[in-house]
Design a protein around this ligand. Sequence first.
Ligand code: PLP
Length: 431
Amino acid sequence: MTSPLPGAPWLARQGQDLVLDGCSLADLGQRFGTPLYVYSRRAMQAALSAYQRALSGRPHLVCYAMKANSALAVLQTFAQAGCGFDIVSAGELERVIAAGGDPAKTVFSGVGKRRADMHRALEAGVLCFNVESEAELDVLSEVAVAASRTARVSLRVNPDVDAGTHPYISTGLKGNKFGIAHESAVAAYRHAASLPGLEVTGIDFHIGSQITQVAPYLDALDRMLDLVEAVEAHGIRVHHLDLGGGLGITYTDESPPGADELVSRLIERIDARGHGHRTLMFEPGRSLVGNAGVLVTEVLYLKPGEVKNFCIVDAAMNDLVRPAMYEAWMAIEPCRQRTEPTLRWDVVGPVCESGDWLGRDRDLAVQPGDRLAVLSAGAYGMVMASNYNSRPRAAEVMVDNGQATLIREREDVRSLFAGEHLLPPKSPRSP
Ligand SMILES: *Cc1c(COP(=O)(O)O)cnc(C)c1O
């Protein structure tokens, strides 16, 4: 019984069947229909506890970056394990509250917070705002003063380090829209400290996503600690260090450090530089949920050709956009293995776009009606799903030690145009 994917220990091939924590994915596809997202609760809990273990014994908070997968049952799983949340919108805040999460363990990130969002977050009592520009400091202070509250703030600094990842998911370089430039940061802290509605509490960075090495984190950390020292020299206390998210997972042959290794290496440096007394925060997204989930899809048609063989499945780019958007490689496994020889297929969806593919040049033995699983689909999968081509969004199931629970119903077709209006009938007098 071995996992077909390193880093996804809850996934196993048992006989012919691909099984996620005791549940056959072929059976789940049959029972709940396809396309179907399936997540392992224990895989998520294990991923979180790797961070928590490495941080135990010192003040810390892990804030799950919920944009990676914001299903209420996923948030509930993390909230019950003592996890906080990293949110990027007012909508995400409402999800945290609906799932039983604690706003007082929630940090509010994002470059474009609106006044109404800030007001709501203040009212809910979020732990801190991760502020991304000087202009945002002024607005946040105004909103806080008007609400007779104080906004705790951390400044997101842009350390200008190359995380060595895909340009679309790299965020810590000078040319990125994120954070306050390293050179301007001390001035921004002094400005923040002078504003009536704000209380400076911390500092944060987030340098990118799917990072597979420790080195960029250490570089960013060193630059951050330099800043902390400069800021405190001006009499402004920095209580917490938030080292962001971004740790990568295994999609194919990547071998990222484990969360415990990453955290230990960072702690070592923090202690060595005399900053060990500060509260440590992390904002992991992908590394908590990515390898915990799969997308199950059914083979509709096989279309062998001269140049390419196409395996047309019922999941598409609207269900899982990572391959189309980032040219991401995601493993595809039959849910029930056949013994026939394999052929080389492009696995594509029904959407009318050539970019609608889930995997290219995959060696598979498949027949129509078979189910396939796209692996490592727990992060940036369902959350990025759309209704393109008027396709209802997939259902979601959580498995836990052999038990499967439907956590989100498949969208129905009528809800696709709920809220739309036809134009009024033409009035007889108009030309
Ligand atoms: C997206 C994001 C994260 C999480 O990134 P992952 O790569 O999913 O770990 C953390 N912090 C901020 C501010 C983000 O925007």
